[in-house]
Design a protein around this ligand. Structure first.
Ligand code: BGC
Length: 747
């Protein structure tokens, strides 16, 4: 293929316009006369959904039989970039072998509510964790020559009205919560493609949102890949291209680009904008050809073994009062339909065609009793199944109940209506726990659920939706041939009503207001000091870890420097295990609302019994900054910050305080309503206030002397709250002087 710029020069306006839509469900258009081939793209992201027959984006028609790996919800709980990297590599190779140029993922949307029907496809409630996991995956996939496609950009955090609704989000929240994961895959992951979301942000559809697709994505982040629509997200085609959208999918026979041609001829779309879109898609095609490795051979059996290993890395041991791990000689009953028919992936476009998912029952190989316990397609208790399960539970040392969300609860296109397990499962667990105190519960599902029986069961192992090998991995973990090392990438609230988005999910009439602002997930629960079922970052192990020697290379830095942090982790138990070392940053004092703590670094470390390792982290400005709408940028307020090493957001094991000095000053427009307190943050404010105070007839010191020491603070507060305009009424400034002052400050 010729070079992209050369090809562009030879294309007619009509060819260019048509080229900006797909050929069909999964291909870009070929331009035969110029030697441009068509490239195939497929869903992902946790397996290859290659459709050779009729295409669809809802998981309806067949795709090739292949391996289903853990879904994003599970993967994030690994807190392990290596897990993402080996997955990206395996999928990249598979795409090469199947001649697929782009895999549609990772899904980077933040879990704003437990009810989002697609939470299983997303990583976390925390933007840093989502960004890190996504970036590791993107890098590995692209190293194999396959383009990643980070989706759904942005604020697509629910399925209700996903194709037409608007997410109303303030600037700070957008930049602190909903954009950073995308920013990281762009800047560090160098993702070659971004999929814009169906929804609007603040009433402007993402597919034609210039602020999002040009100003932020390209100008601020320096993105040089291409933007593809979510399937069918286009509203105004020409406006989309003018706003930074490159490729419309799925396209098809009607996607001739007439609208674009007309807009160029009428002058509402510049041909330069269209050329840019064409060039970016051409470069993607060219890149795909250059990176093509047609000789790649994949071994699906080896990939199944990989899926099993990864599945065990993702599981979270939520509670363990001693029943786990199961010794080889204890008698065990597996109870619940999911022991036989596991849930391991969700429904919709990410659905992978698996020839043989492995159940725990199969993996246990006849060594356990089995009772079905409940009907997975119903909510109602079947008395016969229940009593058989209770009898089985009585007759063994340890009953293991396999519970979780049924298929119908987790699907693209629909949100959940509540956060409960089906009633028949809750009743079963209650009944079994009553007759056997060593009851273990295994949970399958892609999102959080209320666990009303938690105090009555001995142990809970959460497998999330862990891919086709979930049953084998469950058995590995239950019997301790693998040690659980996953940690929750989301808070498990006690009840749905506790969730910060509760009153504003899924919105009304297609409008959802993100009223909780930056207080999403643990940022909210921790600020409210609210009891939770399990905190963000929580996860137990069959061993224990000690944390010591938390040190920093500098105790005081400018925000333009970085700080090196080290901590030593030791395995003080008897089994090999992996620690997820989490570093949170807490701003001690702030003039703006900030979360109690935020995750800013993490590392997964494998340790043999007795072994210790030093783990190091580097923190830069972003670890201390918040988004300041006054300067439309991240901003550090000088002061003390506590670095906390935790095993969850609620279990901080050691801490160290450092001083960070902000090097940028806030410049903002000063008006008559600007208060003296606000002025203190203005670059010129302090000097001017100083001058005003010294020329004042009654200085602050005189006043506090005459009022008594105790009133000083009150006096200060009162002064800080006075708007500049009021200084005229108080006779401190003439109107002309006030005008001059405001002009000087704004100059
Ligand atoms: C989904 C995307 C998916 C696309 C293609 C859309 O409905 O939102 O995540 O990649 O379909 O199947």
């Amino acid at each position: 293929m010729m070079n992209a710029t050369e090809i562009l020069k030879q294309m007619t306006l009509e060819e260019k316009a048509a080229f900006c839509s797909g050929r069909d469900f999964w291909h870009t258009k070929a331009i035969e006369r110029l030697g441009v081939p068509s490239v195939m793209m497929c869903d992902g992201p946790h397996g290859l959904r290659k459709q050779e027959g009729e295409g669809d984006h809802l998981g309806i028609n067949k795709s090739i039989e292949t391996v289903c790996y853990p879904t994003a919800a599970a993967l994030a709980a690994s807190f392990d970039r290596e897990v993402m990297a080996v997955l990206g590599e395996a999928l990249g190779k598979e795409c090469q072998a199947e001649n697929v140029g782009m895999l549609l993922g990772p899904g980077l949307n933040i879990k704003r509510s437990p009810l989002c029907g697609r939470n299983f496809e997303y990583f976390s409630e925390d933007p840093y964790l989502a960004g890190e996991m996504g970036t590791a995956y993107v890098k590995a996939l692209q190293k194999e020559g396959i383009a990643a496609c980070a989706k759904h950009f942005a604020c697509n955090n629910q399925e209700t009205r996903r194709m037409s609704g608007s997410s109303q989000v303030d600037e700070r929240t957008l930049h602190e919560i909903y954009l950073p994961a995308f920013e990281k895959v762009v800047k560090e992951g160098k993702t070659r493609s971004i999929m814009c979301a169906y929804n609007a942000i603040n009433d402007v559809f993402c597919a034609e949102n210039k602020t999002l697709l040009k100003d932020i994505l390209r100008d601020e982040w320096g993105y040089d890949g291409f933007v593809v629509t979510d399937w069918g997200a286009v509203k105004d085609r020409a406006k989309g291209v003018a706003s930074g959208l490159d490729l419309e999918m799925p396209g098809g026979p009607n996607a001739t680009g007439e609208e674009i041609v007309r807009a160029v001829k009428e002058g509402t779309l510049s041909e330069e904008d269209l050329d840019q879109a064409v060039l970016r898609v051409l470069r993607f095609v060219q890149g795909t050809l250059e990176k093509r490795r047609p000789d790649t051979v994949i071994d699906r059996d080896a990939n199944r073994a990989l899926a099993r290993r990864l599945a065990s890395e993702c599981a979270v041991l939520m509670k363990n009062e001693g029943a786990l791990p199961l010794a080889a000689d204890v008698s065990v009953a597996f109870i619940g339909e999911f022991a036989d028919k596991p849930r391991y992936q969700g429904a919709g476009s990410s659905h992978i065609n698996v020839p043989h998912p492995v159940s725990a029952l199969e993996a246990a190989g006849g060594s356990v009793q089995y009772a079905r316990g409940y009907d997975a397609h119903s909510d109602t208790t079947n008395p016969e199944l229940l009593s058989a399960a209770v009898e089985a539970a009585k007759s063994v040392d340890v009953p293991v109940i396999f519970a979780g969300l049924p298929d119908a609860f987790e699907t693209e296109g629909a949100d959940r209506e509540h956060m409960r397990l089906p009633d028949n499962q809750n009743e079963l667990i209650d009944a079994v726990a009553k007759v056997n105190p060593r009851t273990v519960v295994v949970l399958y599902g892609g999102s959080t659920v209320e666990l009303p029986w938690i105090a009555h069961v001995n142990s809970v192992l959460c497998m999330y939706l862990d891919g086709e090998q979930t049953g084998a991995a469950t058995v590995d973990l239950l019997y301790g041939s693998k040690n659980p090392g996953g940690h929750l990438a989301e808070t498990w609230p006690v009840r749905l009503q506790d969730n910060p988005s509760y009153l504003n999910f899924p919105g009304e009439d297609g409008v959802v207001t993100y009223a909780e602002g930056i207080f999403v997930g643990y940022r909210y629960y921790d600020k409210k000091e609210m009891p939770v079922l399990f905190p963000f970052g929580h996860g137990l192990s069959y061993t224990r870890f000690a944390y010591e020697k938390l040190t920093v290379d500098k105790e005081s830095i400018l925000d333009t420097d970085s700080i090196h942090v080290t901590v030593t982790v030791k395995n003080i138990g008897e089994r090999p295990g992996k620690a997820a070392v989490q570093l949170y940053v807490r701003d001690v004092e702030s003039t703006v609302r900030r979360p109690v703590r935020e995750l800013k670094a993490f590392e997964k470390v494998a340790l043999a019994p007795g072994e210790s390792k030093e783990v190091s982290f580097v923190l830069d400005k972003r670890a201390f900054a918040y988004w300041e709408p006054k300067c439309h940028d991240f901003f550090v307020e000088s002061g003390a910050f506590v670095l906390e090493i935790g095993e969850s957001s609620r279990n901080i094991r050691c801490e160290k305080t450092v001083q960070v000095e902000g090097t940028t000053l806030l410049s903002f427009p000063v008006t008559e309503t600007t208060t003296i307190g606000q002025l203190l943050k203005h670059p010129k404010g302090e000097i001017i206030i100083g001058q005003m105070m010294s020329s004042s007839t009654m200085s602050h010191a005189d006043q506090t002397d005459s009022m008594g020491e105790g009133s000083e603070r009150m006096m200060q507060q009162m002064m800080l709250g006075i708007p500049l305009g009021s200084l005229v009424s108080y006779g401190r400034l003439t109107p002309a002087k006030l005008k001059e002052l405001i002009e000087t400050l704004n100059a």
